[in-house]
Design a protein around this ligand. Structure first.
Ligand SMILES: NC(=O)c1ccc[n+]([C@@H]2O[C@H](COP(=O)([O-])OP(=O)(O)OC[C@H]3O[C@@H](n4cnc5c(N)ncnc54)[C@H](O)[C@@H]3O)[C@@H](O)[C@H]2O)c1
Length: 343
């Protein structure tokens, strides 16, 4: 272990683990120490791929004293168990989105991390997109005035093979649902970070194209606690898949992001808004792995700093719980065909 570097372990060595490993290995502030896979054969593959020791028993990984933080990269409905085991072993926990697939499981892991005094961070890497940071700053400075409307559109496409090649994607137990909780959640998290808490929601979800348990299409009408309205339209059945869009309107103007880039910046009385418009989108609209690892790297580095400075990480467990709570309320609204009040 190199001096002064924060030691990382990764549990779950599938697709997104590659982003974590690359980010950690490229970063000056941390070091990948070891990884844990679900079987001995996968561990052997992972050892070669990541060039660090690999095991297939979570306890073996957690027994290592040179690991300070554990990245949880197992599937969404299997975040809680390894996260709790890591916290009990006094390791800080950095968990992939969504935090979990039910509020009970999310709350349990949040409370164990608090009880053990370890940091809990949740990856929502789009919070660090430069366009989103500019939008957030503009709202904080009051440039838009009182917020009136916030919309998240995630009209994405996943081909049938995306679901059929995975044991957990699109399943209720493993994914918690599908299009909203897995893909849409990134933009829904950004919407909530800007617009703040939701008072009530009416939603409808459907499975229109794919042979899966979860939804591949969903819409929702939101009433925010601050009086603003909002909508969500999301899916993984929407050919050919368009870059996700976040629209924020206030009394004084509006800002629109598409694929993480500012495509409209219109504030009353501000002359040079068009200078803010960006180009060069990076979106997972039709390709799950089109997501750049650099934002993961930035969030991993924020986690290291949060530990060093003893502050909250960029996205805490409590903050990550909000998008889960909203999406589960949309599912419930759809099942019961009624408006759901959030706590
Ligand atoms: N932030 C992003 O942009 C982004 C992108 C893709 C996936 N994700 C999230 O990352 C998580 C994993 O997704 P993925 O696409 O990498 O899935 P994946 O199926 O490719 O990988 C998950 C891996 O976890 C392993 N695993 C399950 N239980 C385990 C255990 N107890 N011990 C060790 N290994 C275990 C599985 O064998 C599998 O290899 C999901 O929660 C997903 O939502 C986030």
């Amino acid at each position: 272990m190199k001096k002064g570097k924060t030691g990382f372990g990764i549990i779950g060595t599938g697709a997104i683990a590659g982003h974590h490993a690359k980010s950690i290995q490229e970063s000056d502030s941390c070091q990948l120490v070891a990884v844990c896979s679900s079987s001995a054969s996968r561990a052997a593959e992972a050892e070669k791929k990541f060039n660090v020791p690999a095991c297939s028993d979570v306890a073996d990984l957690l027994a290592r004293e040179d690991i300070d933080v554990v990245s949880i990269c197992t599937h969404s409905g299997r975040h809680m168990e390894p996260a709790i085991a890591a916290a009990r072993a006094k390791k800080h926990v950095l968990i992939e989105k969504p935090i979990e697939v039910s509020l009970e499981r999310a709350d349990k892991l949040i409370s164990v991390c608090r009880e053990e005094g370890v940091k809990l961070g949740v990856i929502f890497q789009n919070r660090l997109q430069p366009g989103f940071l500019q939008l957030k700053e503009a709202v904080k400075e009051g440039l838009l005035g009182k917020l009136t409307l916030g919309n998240a559109y995630i009209k994405w496409l996943r081909e049938a093979q995306y679901y059929s090649s995975s044991e957990w994607k699109g399943t209720i137990e493993g994914d918690g649902g599908a299009a909203l909780i897995n893909q849409g959640i990134h933009t829904i998290d950004l919407l909530l970070d800007i617009m703040d808490d939701v008072k009530s929601v009416y939603g409808q979800v459907k499975t229109v194209v794919h042979d899966i348990e979860g939804e591949d299409l969903g819409v929702a009408l939101l009433n925010f606690k601050n009086g603003a309205l909002g909508t969500i339209e999301g899916g993984t059945s929407l050919y050919p898949g368009y870059p996700e869009r976040l629209e924020v309107f206030g009394e004084k103007g509006s800002i629109i992001l598409e694929g993480g880039q500012i495509i409209a910046w219109n504030i009353r009385g501000e002359k040079n808004g068009s200078n803010k418009v960006q180009s060069g989108k990076s979106s997972g609209s039709s390709d799950p792995m089109a997501v750049d690892y650099k934002l993961h790297k930035a969030q991993i580095e924020d986690m290291v700093k949060a530990i060093q400075e003893n502050r909250d990480p960029l996205v805490t467990g409590e903050a990550a719980r909000k998008s889960l709570e909203l999406i589960l309320a949309i599912y419930r609204s759809s099942r019961e065909n009624k408006l759901i009040e959030l706590a």
